[in-house]
Design a protein around this ligand. Structure first.
Ligand SMILES: [Zn+2]
Length: 341
């Protein structure tokens, strides 16, 4: 059983010069594209599901697609994670659904309320053997229901929104959270920035000093590859001025600092959309979904494989499974109960 929490992954990633990619899944093709890429690169993976994905695809369907991936690949470490959970109830539902990791995002709340909400989710999660990610600080951009700041507003005031290292230490101590999403100048969506962004690497260093050993998470870290934007615009799309976080900066953050998880959603959407647009434009008579979703899935495989190298995560599957065994094969109560049933 290679299904696991993110703990064995982050144990190795922290100080190990790599980060695990957390990819958002919404349907079968996206999931298969991610999984095929991780198979090819022998890489651990975090499959994450947002509240919107639960609603769109119906959780039962998504869970079975992921279960199929787990069954198919017993040698690959896989974690199932809730992306941007907003309530204790949703986190508890995900624990019941067999997630191995949940995020509670109280970053928009006053500090004390964020602590209260996060601590409640940590209590519920840990009680069931599930790990918890929280967020502190503010990101720009828009991601489903998570509305951050506009690019202009964000860039003008970026210093003000970055995660405060002293607050982070207090937050960690009082919540017992397992990992923390930090604001270091990244932003959600495809229109992240007006100008070439620069990650606040110095801020990561400061947080590592006040919170030694706490795995850090980067959201809003799609790089919005030019090749996909060009394809989209060439074949009838309209995405001018889309801009992401340059891959070199992400590479630096994961290879030299304590960033253990990097979220990728927008780049998956772009790869799929670019390919489908190309097929529609170049083969206007095509109407078999397999003949445009298939190439879309292939585009995702290529994009994720490249990303796994940016994250230095390629080839890490075996070491993570070793670490998991060393910890005693920990699995959420959901699975151990099912095993005894
Ligand atoms: Zn996010």
């Amino acid at each position: 059983m290679p299904l696991m929490t993110t703990k064995p992954m982050f144990d190795l990633a922290y100080g190990g010069g790599f980060a695990v990619g957390a990819f958002n899944v919404n349907n079968m093709e996206i999931t298969q594209g991610i999984v095929d890429a991780c198979v090819a690169e022998k890489s651990p993976m975090i499959l994450q599901i947002s509240k919107g994905a639960r609603k769109y695809a119906n959780m039962r369907y998504l869970k079975h697609i992921i279960d199929a991936a787990v069954e198919d690949h017993p040698d690959l470490p896989i974690a199932i994670h809730l992306d941007h959970g907003d309530t204790l109830d949703l986190a508890k539902t995900c624990v019941k659904d067999g997630f191995t990791s949940v995020m509670i995002d109280g970053s928009h709340l006053p500090f004390e309320e964020n602590i209260k909400l996060t601590a409640a989710v940590v209590k519920a999660g840990h009680g069931a053997g599930v790990v918890v990610e929280a967020e502190l600080g503010m990101l720009g951009g828009i991601e489903e229901h998570v509305v951050g700041l506009s690019a202009e507003e964000y860039e003008k005031n970026v210093e003000k929104f970055l995660t405060d290292p002293v607050q982070a230490a207090d937050f960690w101590k009082r919540t017992g959270v397992d990992s923390l999403a930090i604001a270091i100048g990244t932003s959600h969506g495809a229109y992240k920035f007006k100008n070439e962004p620069k990650l606040a690497i110095g801020r990561i260093e400061q947080i590592m000093k006040t919170c030694p050993g706490l795995p850090l998470v980067m959201h809003g870290s799609s790089s919005v590859p030019r090749e996909f934007i060009d394809l989209i615009n060439k074949y009838g799309g309209n995405m001018p001025n889309a801009m992401g976080v340059p891959e070199e900066q992400i590479h630096t953050a994961v290879s030299k600092y304590g960033v253990c998880k990097v979220n990728i959603d927008t780049d998956l959407r772009l790869a799929l959309t670019a390919k489908i647009r190309e097929v529609f434009a170049t083969k206007p008579a095509e109407f078999d979904p397999r003949n445009y979703l298939g190439p879309g899935r292939e585009a995702i495989v290529g994009m994720v494989r490249r990303k796994l190298h940016v994250l230095n995560c390629a080839g890490k599957a075996e070491a993570v499974i070793k670490q998991w065994k060393k910890l005693g094969n920990p699995l959420p109560v959901f699975y151990t109960k099912a095993a005894h049933a």
